[in-house]
Design a protein around this ligand. Structure first.
Ligand SMILES: Nc1ncnc2c1ncn2[C@@H]1O[C@H](COP(=O)(O)OP(=O)(O)OP(=O)(O)O)[C@@H](O)[C@H]1O
Length: 252
């Protein structure tokens, strides 16, 4: 495996608030990486730094270096929109475009990028919906409103929409926290297939989920990355006593 993403001395501030402190992290391509830690420890803040979402947050500031395939994502001539095409995101609450059909949701990013060839759009729609394990459930109603889907189906649609533009990395911010157990299980089952097409970084509150789906785990506390390692090691033989206290449920 090759290192796809490298974060070096990353700090994130909201005004005076120092939310992420000197974080160093390397992510291999083709892996699932979980970010865990108690509420407010900076997981989401770090995740959003990776695809420059803080560019849109008034008062937020990112320092340090984040590289994708060697390219400095905060470099002078780098366009944030092109970064978000290479690093897609799925949010906590499913957010399909409410006025669009299932099909239009999936192809929205491609259309923005100027793709007009309908055979190609159809082909990518099927491929993306299959990758998100939704194709069989929606193939006969692609032109119906996305809002007619269940919450779990809407979240898989959002995964398909993110995959359609073939991102190298997919960021997932607590993607199952608004879903029922059956929908959660479906998305967890998807992870090992998804990592064949995109490297995944997932924020989760659910330690069982991190243990089930990820290859590596990073434990955050008060903005510091306390420990990063193979998920098995983090859960069975953590090196730092704070990690141990957290993964054994003593706080958080
Ligand atoms: N837009 C913002 N403006 C100011 N402070 C913020 C903002 N967003 C987050 N924070 C603060 O930054 C810190 C880190 O928040 P963050 O959302 O990254 O934590 P988290 O680990 O993802 O928490 P949770 O698990 O509850 O989602 C918290 O103290 C939070 O209150």
């Amino acid at each position: 495996m090759t290192q796809l993403l490298t974060a070096k001395n990353v700090d994130v501030y909201y005004g005076e608030k120092h939310a992420v402190k000197k974080v160093n992290l390397n992510v291999d391509s083709g892996s699932v990486n979980a970010l865990i830690g108690p509420s407010g420890c900076g997981k989401t803040t770090f995740l959003r730094a990776i695809n420059r979402m803080h560019d849109m947050t008034p008062g937020a500031r990112v320092e340090g270096e984040i590289r994708l395939d060697g390219q400095d994502l905060y470099g002078a001539n780098v366009d944030a929109v092109s970064i978000r095409r290479r690093i897609g995101m799925v949010f906590q609450k499913p957010n399909p475009f409410p006025t669009m059909s299932i099909y239009e949701n999936v192809v929205s990013g491609l259309k923005l990028a100027g793709v007009r060839d309908s055979a190609l759009l159809n082909e990518i729609t099927e491929r993306s919906l299959r990758q998100a394990a939704l194709w069989d459930e929606v193939k006969d109603r692609l032109k119906t409103p996305a809002t007619g889907l269940s919450g779990g189906q809407q979240q898989r649609l959002c995964i398909a929409r993110a995959l359609a533009v073939e991102p190298e990395i997919l960021l997932m911010d607590e993607p199952t926290s608004a879903l029922d157990p059956a929908s959660t299980a479906k998305i967890e089952d998807l992870m090992s297939d998804l990592k064949q097409v995109a490297t995944i970084i997932i924020v989760t509150h659910n330690m069982h989920q991190a243990a089930r789906v990820s290859d590596t785990t990073s434990f955050f506390l008060n903005g510091d990355l306390i420990e990063h390692g193979l998920t098995d090691q983090i859960f069975t033989s953590p090196k730092d006593e704070r990690t141990e206290a957290y993964v054994t449920g003593r706080f958080g």
